[in-house]
Design a protein. Sequence first.
Length: 858
Amino acid sequence: MGFSTSLQGQASHEALLGRQDAEIKLLETMKRCLTSKVKSDREYASTISSLSSQGKKVERCDDLVGSLITQSWRDIMDCIDQTAKLIKQQADSMENIVIDHINSLHSERRRARKLYQEEQTWLTNQFQQLSEDVARKKTEYQKNLEMYKLARSRFEEHYVKSGRGGRKLDDVREKYQKACRKLHLTHNEYVLLLGAVTDCEHDLRNCYLPSLLRRQQSIHQEFIVAWKKILQDTAKYSHFASEKFVEIQAQMKAAADSVNPLDEYKDFIGKHGTRPASPLRLSFDENLVDNTSGKLLPNKLTVDNLTIDWLRARLTELESSLKATQQNRQSIQPTENNSDLSKKTPLDYSREREELRLRCQEKKISRQTEIIRGALNELGCEELPSGCDLSMEGSFTEPSTQSKTSLKSKKFQKNLGPDNGLFTLRRNQHLLAMIKKSPLKYLPPVNDTNNIAMSHSAGSSPTPIRVNSSRYTVPSGLNNSTNNQKSSGGLIEEEWFHGVLPREEVVRLLVIEGDFLVRETTRNDECQIVLSVCWDGHKHFIVQTASEGHYRFEGPAFPSIPELIRHQWKSGLPVTSRSGAVLKTPILRERWELNNDDVILQEKIGRGNFGDVYKAKLRSCQTEVAVKTCKVTLPDEQKRKFLQEGRILKQYDHPNIVKLIGICVQKQPIMIVMELVAGGSLLTYLRKNSSSISQREQFRMCKDAAAGMRYLESKYCIHRDLAARNCLVGNESIVKISDFGMSREEEEYIVSDGMKQIPIKWTAPEALNFGKYTSLCDIWSYGVLMWEIFSKGGNPYSGMSNSQAREKIDAGYRLPAPDNTPDEVYKLMLRCWEYEPDKRPHFEQIYNIINALCQSHV
Ligand code: ADP
């Protein structure tokens, strides 16, 4: 069975042609697919090749030198690169060999089909030709036969009609003979043709056609052989598990296997090996306690009345948390002692970790417990020590080494009592006992030589009593035992009792070793009486109660505080053995430390930042004064700020600066007592009297303010808030500079805590922009003050917001001259508003100019 026998029919022939068409199409499909495969393989190869070079970049990292993992990774990357190359090679082969073959097979296949079709056509034509020849001969045969029949019938007809002779008959006979010959010839030709055609047809069918089909079969089979080869090559060049690939695979595996965990860090250890880790330096930074007067010691718990409760609570807390931690630790199932790390499960590790964490926690807690217990034991635990040191409250800078040594050598031996042993005087009780002492007269400052007075102590040589400033009496309380009072109230009469004088002031007063004073402080809403001593810095001891209402520190108890203090002073014994503080010199109240009850408030005359301002009378001499009060509810920080004004003012004495008479710090509300400047604030005065104020008066006002400011400038005091609202007007419209709440005694003051509540429209640009204050800033404000005076209380930069005014000033704008302002005055204002501070005149110059103007305008 083959093409030659089975595919002879026309249908087979057509099917064979169809088959060949289909095969040609298949070849085209194959070509298309393989071309895409080649493309995608090449892309893949290029991708993995570039990723392998990316992967190899890691080796540049010096930190991994000697790492087996890195080496192995690099090898694997190499293998991947080789794989990429192989894939590319295969893709190339696929293109160069397989697709090339497909191309040639495709064209051969098309050519063969064409040939086959041509041969088939020829053959068909041959058969057709034969049939046509025979048919043509047959037609001729039939025609000649007809002709013959016709001629014969004519002949027979004439033969019968005319007998055997005649011309006609001859003619007909001849025609008959011709037709007969023609027929015979045609017959013979037909016979011959049939014979020839039959043979030919036989040959064509039995020889030529089979041979054609046989040849076709062999052509087809040859094609198939070639095609098969193509398929084999396709398989070959698509084989990603070929020997070469397997070889690379094996190399990759070997690279991975070459990693030996034990050797991985050999080189690393060799290169980076260091000596065993030294313990973390977690030491107490001794600088921290430098400024704590030796009360806080490095690495030592501070056990005192301030911390005892906290320490005890902390101890209880720690003990219970220690217990809980121990229980937690026990509840963790112990892991089997499995030294083979590789067999440990994540659970084992997390258990171990948790156990370690708890052990660590337990250690921390138990160490803290030990420290607290140790510290409490050192104190004997059950009772409080007498005298409680408050130095933690302060921020006094003293040589730290000195205080440390003394504290180290004097251990705090006393026990802590359950109520902390703090003696507290109830405020009311204390207030009832306020002194009846006559109020302090306003006295001019005296020579420093007056600051030391002598006092005789019973049974001892005269003891110096340092009196501050112009103290005019020497207190007798300390050396007069008959003066003892049976209550703490007697204390108030003692000149060394300073009431609620703030700590800063106290520290300022106690300057020489042994200086001491007694004061009152408030803790948890209770008044406490505190003995402050200059000793290894500053030490503060709270007076404690003993039985029967007696008072004591560590030594014996006394029925009154003055007696207790006198005893401490005269005996020369330390107040507490731990502090070693010895009382040497009582520091007496400063002249401006008035008692609150010395002042009788009358009517409210103004409202300040910290509280109301009253007109008042001094009880002793009925002098009228102005009293600024500080709201009780303000925080301590604010109260300190409030007193700042008093601290600054007490140094100044000038007719154009409001005078300080005293401060009342015996009790709340704390107050600043000043001379009463009857006309009140200059701003109000200007506005109220605008119609009647003369130019002369305006000049006088400017001159007064300039005089006051010239004085302040000479004292390096920067007022920072000079404005008409902060000047006062006294008799004969004398102007006095007031409100020193923002003042600073410095040549230059840089604001560091933000620029809150700054009077923008009165403040010089350099202060607004850079926070830099000098007296030249006050000059700027003085210019605005002049403007206020000449505008009779006008609003500077009216209609502009603060920031608009600021921007305009920076851009060069200046206030216009108020109506009727003399040119010279406005020129002076403009000089005060020079943008560059150095171009502004000083108050000395201003004063001289104004003074001259005053005289010329009289
Ligand atoms: P603060 O500095 O708290 O803002 P001020 O010094 O501005 O307080 O005082 C507020 C007001 O109290 C002033 O405007 C003025 O009317 C009045 N005043 C302040 N001190 C005196 C004084 N010594 N004599 C008369 N009145 C005063």
